[in-house]
Write a protein that binds this ligand. Structure first.
Ligand code: NIG
Ligand code: FE
Length: 413
């Protein structure tokens, strides 16, 4: 199947020599081609360029005329908890009345509420709920997703979540990476016995997760009131022995030391990062770890914003992901995340494009096949409605500007 998109007003983020990630000042640069064509064969991008260079003899199965419209590479969303049961809008009201995320968690709400509900929800129901959310975010421009477990908090229920993710991997059109997050919260029955729960994660959960090949990565919520640096160190060390690379929750609620322990284990990413100082920046500068900021969670919880400008100005790459989850970010809309990047973090529209595509692709280990318009990469992109400029896309924060979505060369209806 050959598809041609022609007369594209602007083909955004083209790469001749693909990069794995983009850091520092370079984040403000985006290559794009005006009056362009894009040629797709089966699942991959075969060619692109200016319309004048389009081979007049070319034979195709489908042609789309994109006059006045732009083409962007699909978003990669490298941090989500999109498999969960039900919703938690009850806490939303508690938050509005003034309770903090930590206070809600301490009362047995928060993650533990989702765990209770997940326990009584069948695997099939969980699958159906997640499938609906995934189809929604695909229409919003997302072409790859990382999904975490972490609402099981016992071996059976963690496995249940991971099996749902495995099924989604084989049925959804987009690339999905799976992360084991057994250490998301301390279950009620282990209150005051945190080390024993960490032992369970290490001795019972990790070995079965690895044996059944249910996870690509391992995560720990390393923060004040949740798991300590020592717990995190032990869990990441155990995961490493089974080939599970770390992607961790760090420095959301305090200077938890999470960044440094993540870097110590060569984490693929450290995520949240509201509390970042010079030490954390220094440690990230000497690493292969992608600093990932989750604007939806900071917005929803009314947290202080991560010092993204400081990180980029220091030469670091930054990725922006949705954190789609029922407690702190009940949305996976990456266009909205892009707008938050600009407004709340003072990122330029070009920086936001790099942060939501190639850098998030890196943060889920797929930047060789996703995250930009490059020959040989998957044909994952969206055609916008007619828009005047790149800036307009995050500026019009409430508008749906996506006209058509292509995943692996196929249009999604
Ligand atoms: O990334 N910070 C920890 N975990 C999730 C929230 C999960 C929840 O509240 O359900 C997050 O924000
Ligand atoms: Fe998260």
């Amino acid at each position: 199947m050959k598809t041609l998109i022609k007369n594209i007003k602007k083909l955004v983020q083209t790469e001749e020599t693909p990069k794995k990630k983009i850091a520092g000042k370079e984040m403000a640069n985006i290559n794009s081609i005006e009056n362009a064509f894009l040629f797709v064969k089966n699942e991959r991008i075969i060619d692109f360029g200016i319309m004048n260079n389009l081979d007049a003899e070319i034979t195709v199965d489908n042609t789309y005329d994109a006059t006045g419209k732009m083409v962007y590479p699909s978003f990669c969303d490298s941090h989500t908890h999109i498999v969960y049961a039900g919703s938690r809008e009850i806490e939303y009201s508690d938050k509005i009345r003034g309770l903090s995320y930590e206070e809600i968690a301490k009362r047995g709400g928060g993650i533990l509420n989702s765990a209770k509900l997940l326990h009584s929800t069948s695997e099939d129901q969980l699958y159906k709920q997640a499938q609906k959310r995934i189809l929604e975010v695909i229409k919003q421009g997302t072409g790859a997703l990382e999904i975490k477990s972490g609402y099981g908090l016992n071996t059976q229920d963690e496995l249940k979540m991971l099996r749902v993710i495995k099924r989604l991997k084989s049925t959804m059109p987009i690339e999905i990476k799976s992360t084991f997050l057994g250490a998301h919260s301390i279950p009620t029955e282990y209150r005051g016995k945190q080390t024993q729960y960490v032992d369970l994660v290490i001795n019972e959960m990790i070995p079965v997760v690895a044996a059944e090949q249910l996870a690509d990565y391992i995560d720990v919520f390393c923060d004040k009131g949740f798991f300590t640096i020592e717990d995190t160190d032990r869990i990441l060390n155990a995961g490493m022995k089974y080939g599970l690379r770390a992607k961790i929750h760090a420095n959301e609620l305090d200077f938890s030391g999470g960044v440094q322990v993540g870097v110590k284990y060569n984490a693929l990413s450290v995520d949240h990062l509201e509390f970042i100082g010079n030490k954390e920046i220094e440690s990230l500068l000497n690493s292969e770890t992608m600093p990932t900021v989750l604007p939806g969670a900071a917005f929803f919880l009314g947290m202080q914003f991560s010092p993204v400008r400081k990180m980029i100005d220091a030469g670091l790459p930054v990725a922006l992901a949705s954190d789609f989850n029922p407690g702190s970010s009940p949305s996976g809309n990456m266009k909205l995340i892009s707008s938050m990047g600009c407004i709340n973090y003072k990122m330029l529209p070009e920086e936001v494009i790099n942060a939501t595509t190639i850098n998030t692709a890196y943060a889920m280990g797929i930047s060789n096949s996703h995250g930009s318009i490059a020959k040989g990469k998957f044909a994952n992109f969206f055609i916008t409605k007619p828009i005047p400029s790149i800036e307009f896309f995050p500026y019009a924060f409430g508008s749906d500007l996506i006209d058509k979505v292509f995943i692996k060369g196929k249009i999604i209806d």
